[in-house]
Design a protein around this ligand. Structure first.
Ligand code: SAH
Length: 250
């Protein structure tokens, strides 16, 4: 979802695509939120008084930007919607806001909102030199030292895979990724953001403790509403902080 687009001319858009670095010096005006689930998105839609785009910029039949329909969970959906949204909206910044599982042993608790310093995949195992690194697809998020200081958010690495559960092999990769939180979209958003040279940050609120006692699906559903409310509060603070600033000030 994204705020209604301003009056950027085609020329300005072209220039923005060609010279991304010049964006660093001017106030951020367009932020693209990529949110996987309707429940996660609705508080933000309400908070920022976003309206549904009835003349969707997306192809007919897809559920994106319609605030009803099927949730788009996982990497395939996240990368497609990120690509299509960036093409359509040319944002200055992407915020991937959503929920995640947290590792208690790494200091995560239910309701914590993390900013991820780095994201990587944990279910793309390709044990061939060079392809192994491609599979892990580790990428750094936009550094936001001032934002972190101001909002006092927790920082941790995020590991992404297409399953809510955690197989022993996934667990080994998550440990290798040194991750504190695990989700199903972050690294896919980072991949597209990197391809299209749009800076991205990852705001993830912890719905379940992966190394705790409770079964993940139950714990996730039990905490989803309260945790998305916390995510909404933090996302609002983040947008308020960003307002009027340029990328280098974050
Ligand atoms: N819509 C389904 C499934 C949600 S999947 C349902 O309601 O049952 C969970 C979503 O929350 C994904 O978008 C994922 O990014 C995030 N998530 C929360 N906890 C997670 C965990 N432990 N592992 C992976 N993803 C998690």
């Amino acid at each position: 979802m994204a705020p209604p687009h301003g009056d950027k001319s085609a020329k300005v858009k072209e220039e923005a695509a060609a010279a991304v670095s010049s964006v660093d010096n001017r106030p951020i005006s367009t932020i693209l939120f990529i949110v996987a689930m309707q429940t996660e998105a609705l508080p933000l839609v309400k908070k920022f008084q976003l309206t549904e785009d009835l003349n969707s910029v997306f192809p007919k039949g897809v559920p994106w930007v319609r605030f009803y329909g099927v949730d788009g969970v996982g990497t395939v959906s996240a990368s497609l919607v990120t690509y299509a949204s960036v093409q359509a909206l040319q944002p200055d910044l992407i915020i991937n806001a959503g929920t995640a599982g947290g590792f208690g042993a790494k200091g995560a608790s239910i309701g914590d909102v993390f900013i991820s310093s780095e994201v990587a995949f944990h279910d793309r195992r390709i044990p061939i030199p060079v392809f192994d690194i491609y599979g892990v697809g580790s990428r750094k998020a936009l550094a936001t030292p001032n934002l972190l200081k101001e909002l006092n958010l927790k920082v941790g690495k995020l590991s992404t895979g297409d399953s809510l559960d955690m197989s022993p092999m996934d667990e080994a990769s998550i440990i290798a990724n040194d991750a504190t939180i695990k989700d199903m979209e972050g690294a896919a958003v980072a991949y597209v953001a990197d391809l299209l040279k749009v800076p991205a940050i990852f705001l993830k609120a912890v719905t379940d403790i992966v190394d705790g006692d409770k079964p993940t699906p139950e714990e996730f559903l039990e905490n989803l509403a309260a945790v998305t409310a916390a995510l909404d509060r933090t996302a609002t603070q983040v947008v308020d902080y960003i307002s009027g600033k340029c990328l280098l000030e974050l």
